[in-house]
Design a protein. Structure first.
Length: 184
């Protein structure tokens, strides 16, 4: 777990402290100060999975895995990244299945891998019909009806695929360990 967080830019000392998110102090920018742009990230493990939850509307790994050598997926490392991309839409799922590559899809699509992750996305209705499949009017109508539930469906599919379950009350209370991660 620590290696992944370090690759994202977590500070070693801060990581060793295992500070709860509610107790983590984000440095304030002061006039004339060159303090880094950092974001809070809660983290933990569930089974063999490491999870990182960020509260700035994007996923650091998604913004940096192509540019930052230490963030590139290793051949023996599976990564599933869900990013809302609040500042740079569209919302995406990025899947590095463990072969050193990464495939991505926008919310409403599957990754094209014909993988167990894709099956999980289909099973919960997180894959919408395309214009080519049903025509423009039907695709738009489906999106308008089901689009608001799409993020929840994607997160459900990822949880079903990975077996990952994160205590929502602990997240909302800030009761998970957290670190500051620099913006990439």
């Amino acid at each position: 777990m620590d290696e992944f967080l370090i690759a994202l830019g977590a500070d070693l000392d801060e990581l060793a402290d295992r500070t709860l998110c509610k107790d983590l102090v984000v440095p304030a920018r002061r006039r004339g100060d060159q303090s880094p742009h950092v974001n809070r990230a809660m983290y933990g493990t569930w089974g063999e999975w490491v999870y990182v939850l960020e509260d700035w509307g994007m996923a650091t790994w998604a913004t940096g895995y192509r540019k930052v050598e230490s963030m590139r997926p290793a051949p023996d490392e599976e990564i599933v990244c869900v990013t809302l991309n609040a500042w740079s839409p569209p919302q995406r799922i990025i899947h590095a299945p463990g072969d050193g590559s990464a495939r991505q899809a926008e919310f409403g699509e599957d990754t094209g891998e014909d993988s167990a992750l894709d099956a999980a996305l289909h099973a919960v209705g997180a894959v919408f019909p395309s214009i080519g499949e049903v025509g423009e009017a039907a695709a738009v109508a489906h999106f308008e009806e089901h689009g608001p539930q799409l993020p929840e469906a994607v997160f459900t599919a990822v949880g079903d695929y990975s077996g990952l379950s994160i205590d929502r009350a602990a997240v909302e209370a800030g009761d998970l360990s957290a670190v500051l991660i620099p913006m990439v």
